[in-house]
Design a protein around this ligand. Structure first.
Ligand code: KG4
Ligand code: ZN
Length: 348
């Protein structure tokens, strides 16, 4: 079975062909960086227009690179949300048109499920696993028990991790998207120079043991930079390193608490997975790997190019839904918000 996947929920226009035998036959990605760098962040209207301009040719390239035509495709999957709604509408409408014209099923894939299930495409991981999903819009710790069953142990009360990286980058004077730039700069900095706050560490209430908050950390970085005044290159690098180090300490602590919860609940975890754009950060990957291995658990993370948004993960999400006979009707309505916990409920 071959699935065409389409991803247009943020600023990457992507199309991919993936087989149910876990083979990525193509994964074409067009990052719309230039207009968004100029604005210091993604402008939804600009992103939607850009998806509209390029999606057709990106799909053509994905089919050509896979050496197939639409006649060989068994179903078409598109991100149905959550995301910037203009872009999601472009992807969903295109996928529906292809499904109608080719008389094949249309599948609306939850973008977060796409990130969450990528390790099953790359590593054939069995359920259940503990997942830390860290992207530009989300930060959640959850047990993934099936493609439709996500049990959230904790999530952010304010900013997402990627959002925090992007905001800190802006404060330090780095381009969008900030994550990779902060990571690079942090390599030259002193992570112990600025002791930034770690929210909820002193709270004994189990309700907060897996909760995240990054807005206080962001404010602390901003205040530190304001106090320093004219920043030297060393100030910038130390700030990036101290921020990244603190994020690492927060994530490790929350993951350890999550693993403890899973043990208390007798969840037979097959491993721990970190996914989403921020999972491309090597420092954070290595910190998490150490802590997870110290608990005698398998650590898994998608390869770097499958951590950030791409259509292969959406095609795979479509395959997982097809296997459960969960195809969608052409009246599916694109969703700006679509929490994972709603996936097990009545299909659209
Ligand atoms: O998953 P993703 O591609 O898009 C969303 O679904 O949000 O994640 C994008 C986020 C951005 O905030 C970006 O700055 C962050 O992931 N990111 C990183 C790194 N690469 C991307 N954050 C930290 N370090 C990185 N190397
Ligand atoms: Zn994403």
């Amino acid at each position: 079975m071959l699935i065409l996947g389409i991803e247009t929920s943020c600023d990457e226009t992507s199309a991919a062909v993936v087989s149910d035998e876990r083979k990525i036959m193509s994964n074409v990605l067009l990052a719309q960086l230039d207009p968004h760098i100029q604005c210091g962040g993604v402008v939804p209207e600009v992103a939607a227009r850009s998806h509209l301009d390029s999606l057709d040719s990106v799909i053509r390239r994905a089919l050509a690179e896979a050496d197939v035509t639409l006649n060989d495709i068994d179903a078409v999957a598109a991100t149905g949300g959550p995301g910037l709604i203009g872009g999601v509408i472009v992807g969903v409408t295109t996928a529906k048109a292809i499904a109608l014209a080719s008389n094949i099923p249309f599948i609306a894939v939850n973008h977060l499920a796409g990130h969450a299930l990528t390790v099953r495409l790359t590593d054939d991981v069995a359920f259940p696993y503990l997942l830390l999903l860290v992207s530009g819009g989300h930060c959640q710790l959850m047990i993934v028990a099936s493609p439709l069953d996500y049990r959230i142990l904790g999530e952010t009360m304010d900013d997402a991790v990627g959002e925090a990286f992007d905001k800190i980058a802006k404060l330090i004077g780095l381009d969008y998207p900030g994550g990779p730039h902060v990571e690079k700069l942090a390599q030259q900095g002193d992570p112990s120079r600025f002791p930034f706050p770690r929210p909820f560490f002193d709270k004994k209430d189990p309700e907060f043991s897996c909760a995240f908050s990054f807005s206080g950390l962001k404010t602390a970085v901003r205040r530190t930079l304001e106090k320093l005044g004219n920043l030297t290159d060393k100030d910038r690098a130390d700030c990036a390193a101290s921020f990244q180090y603190t994020v690492g300490e927060i994530l490790k602590n929350r993951v350890l608490n999550g693993l403890r919860k899973c043990r208390d609940m007798n969840v037979p975890l097959t491993g721990f997975v970190v996914a989403g754009g921020v999972a491309a950060n090597q420092y954070l990957r290595q910190s998490l790997e150490k802590i997870v291995m110290s608990q005698n658990l398998k650590f898994m993370a998608p390869p770097l190019d499958l951590c950030t948004d791409n259509a292969a993960m959406i095609a795979w999400g479509g395959i997982e839904k097809m296997r459960l006979r969960q195809v969608d009707s052409l009246s599916f309505v694109p969703r700006p918000r679509w929490p994972l916990v709603e996936l097990g409920r009545a299909p659209s």
